[in-house]
Design a protein around this ligand. Structure first.
Ligand SMILES: C[S@@+](CC[C@H](N)C(=O)[O-])C[C@H]1O[C@@H](n2cnc3c(N)ncnc32)[C@H](O)[C@@H]1O
Length: 349
């Protein structure tokens, strides 16, 4: 029995009220990344058919008409260009009607568009439990509200629409503070006072500021100057171990000139945020990572001139695998424009 149709496209099966199925999925992406998202879905060969689209929002129809999408389909859908994929349960003309389409008792996330832009993401402050059902209401206007459903699981951002809603501190010297903090929230990254991080392309120092405030000591590599707010923690000689308070050592040279002596033997985290092509950036990253057997995790911001370059993902993953990492993920975060985060973890000793 099919019910629950409001608008022209989405139906869900009320027979399975606790875990609905749906003929459509919707995916939230960054404004301007819709085409890249559709290309990624097509390349994955799942047969999802692109349907309705708004800026930052794309729906896909299931490959076979009488075989609707299930929660498992969402679990298998790890899309670099989507921060959140939901079963699409329909479209309603008021919030009350929207909630009537959703399974009862689920946590509610609200995403509010103002004209062409997503302006607000709202939800409870507490993190959802693993397996918890979440209803995402996407309000393009008070009279056009799309209803999505997913269950929280490992690897998913806990935040509404995968948007952490972070505010950069006014003293941060660059927006890169947001890149680090958003990645930490999205991927659930852990940093501790025992960590030493190296960052290639560290100036003026937004990422360093975020790391220092998390208690992490940093070796920053960049020929350009660091801002006074991070230079206040600078040391002139690199200490062997992490510090309390954490320190920053500015290795003021291009990445290609960095040697083992600059890095020492205790670096645990590797970061890179250079304005270089992915090929150049990954070459420099690989050289430095190979100098430090103690590195366990890497977060690399890749700058793309064209989002279609993300089709090289398997090549990038292969390079990271050759460096010893065992788990890789490529993800565009809300803070990114022509950039993506490449996360690599579980490096072999
Ligand atoms: C987007 S900015 C980095 C922002 C920085 N992560 C922050 O937190 O403020 C890019 C930086 O990459 C640096 N860069 C570009 N090529 C580099 C190279 N080959 N070696 C080291 N740094 C490089 C530039 O000097 C520039 O400061």
């Amino acid at each position: 029995m099919k019910q629950g149709c409001i608008g022209d496209e989405t139906l869900f099966d009320r027979n399975a009220m606790s875990d609905p199925t749906a003929s459509f999925l919707f995916a939230l992406t960054n404004a301007g990344s819709e085409r890249a998202l559709k290309a990624e879905v097509a390349a994955a060969g799942r047969g999802w058919r692109p349907s309705f689209q708004r800026r930052g929002f794309v729906t896909f129809k299931c490959p076979v008409d009488d075989e609707p999408f299930t929660e498992e389909a969402l679990g298998a859908a790890e899309l670099a260009f989507s921060r959140r994929v939901c079963l699409s349960l329909g479209k309603a003309e008021s919030e009350e009607a929207a909630l009537a389409l959703a399974p009862a008792g689920a946590r509610v996330h609200r995403l509010i568009w103002d004209g062409k832009r997503l302006v607000r993401a709202e939800g409870e402050a507490s993190e959802p439990a693993m397996g918890e059902g979440i209803v995402t209401l996407v309000a393009f206007s008070p009279e056009e509200i799309w209803v999505g459903f997913h269950r929280h699981r490992p690897g998913l951002s806990p935040d509404p629409g995968g948007m952490a809603g972070l505010e950069m501190p006014p003293e941060s010297p660059s927006r890169a503070w947001l890149k680090l903090e958003e990645a930490a929230r999205f991927f659930g990254l852990h940093f501790s006072r025992e960590d030493i991080a190296v960052e290639l392309g560290c100036a003026p120092g937004g990422v360093i500021l975020a790391l220092l405030r998390r208690g992490v000591s940093v070796i920053g590599v960049d020929p350009a100057r660091l801002a006074p707010v991070v230079m206040a923690s600078a040391v002139t000689e690199r200490p062997e171990g992490p510090g309390d308070p954490p320190w920053v050592y500015h290795c003021r040279k291009p990445a290609a000139l960095v040697g083992k002596r600059d890095l020492g033997t205790r670096v645990t985290w590797f970061l890179s945020d250079m304005n270089q092509s992915p090929a150049v950036a990954l070459k420099e990253c690989g050289r430095c990572i190979r100098m430090c057997p103690s590195i366990r995790s890497a977060l690399i911001t890749l700058k793309l001139t064209d989002l279609a370059e993300a089709a090289d993902r398997d090549l990038w993953f292969g390079e990271l695998r050759a460096m010893g990492f065992r788990t890789m993920r490529l993800q565009q975060l809300a803070v990114h424009h022509h950039e993506m985060a490449l996360l690599a973890t579980d490096r072999r000793a």
